[in-house]
Design a protein around this ligand. Structure first.
Ligand code: HEM
Length: 187
């Protein structure tokens, strides 16, 4: 993409990225509930759930700690699907090459996260939960970044810098915003 070409905003893609970031935020909250209720091992197998395909596990059995762990896995599957769609959409619909790589990174991140969560269960390793929690937060930051980079505000900032946003320098823009504050301090 020519650096002077303005970014074309796809509103649907942007709102889908915002939704994915929001569902990820909810998932992290649900993961916190799994840990705080000590429910990490309440479903002892993975990727199955008590021998069932996880999507066919009867609702009547979603009780106690199983409720937190099972719904965490289900919501994680939804985030996995949404991240995959987002990555494909960015690949097909965004002309910025670096956005393609961010989509690929998000896809690999969600896969790694799912595998880590599963290994924490199958290997009975509490310590893997630490990495699982850390990657979860990095993943949320990435999803929020994708939501911002697909939005109109980013396109405006990039346009005012005269490029596609891949070499955005906050310092170029800070001057305008800092000016009123400086005037207030002078008086
Ligand atoms: C995008 C996918 C996922 C995200 C963002 C995510 C996020 C989280 C977070 C933030 C926690 C809380 C960690 C803490 O408070 O220390 C957690 C806990 C947990 N997650 Fe996930 N998770 C994901 C997928 C999965 C999957 C697929 C499994 C499959 C088994 C899983 C299993 C667990 C378990 C067992 C815990 C409890 C860890 C413990 O208490 O030791 N997670 N998750």
């Amino acid at each position: 993409m020519d650096k002077s070409t303005p970014i074309k905003i796809n509103r649907r893609l942007h709102w889908f990225a915002v939704l994915t970031a929001f569902v990820t935020f909810l998932l992290i909250g649900l993961g916190g509930l799994v840990t705080s209720h000590g429910a990490g091992m309440s479903v002892p197998d993975w990727p199955n759930t008590y021998g069932y395909n996880m999507f066919a596990f009867p609702i009547s059995k979603w009780v106690g700690g199983i409720f937190y762990e099972h719904t965490h896995r289900l919501l994680a599957s939804a985030v996995g699907l949404m991240t995959t769609i987002l990555a494909i959409w960015l690949w097909l619909g965004d002309s910025r090459k670096w956005m393609y790589w961010l989509g690929v990174t998000a896809f690999l991140g969600v896969i790694a996260q799912g595998i880590l969560g599963g290994l924490r269960v199958t290997m009975h390793m509490d310590s893997l939960g630490i990495f699982h929690a850390t990657i979860a937060q990095l993943f949320l930051v990435l999803m929020c970044a994708l939501a911002i980079f697909t939005g109109g505000l980013w396109a405006e900032l990039a346009a005012s810098g005269g490029h596609d946003g891949s070499h955005f320098h906050p310092a170029h823009h800070r001057r305008d915003h800092a000016a009123p504050a400086r005037r207030a301090g002078d008086s």
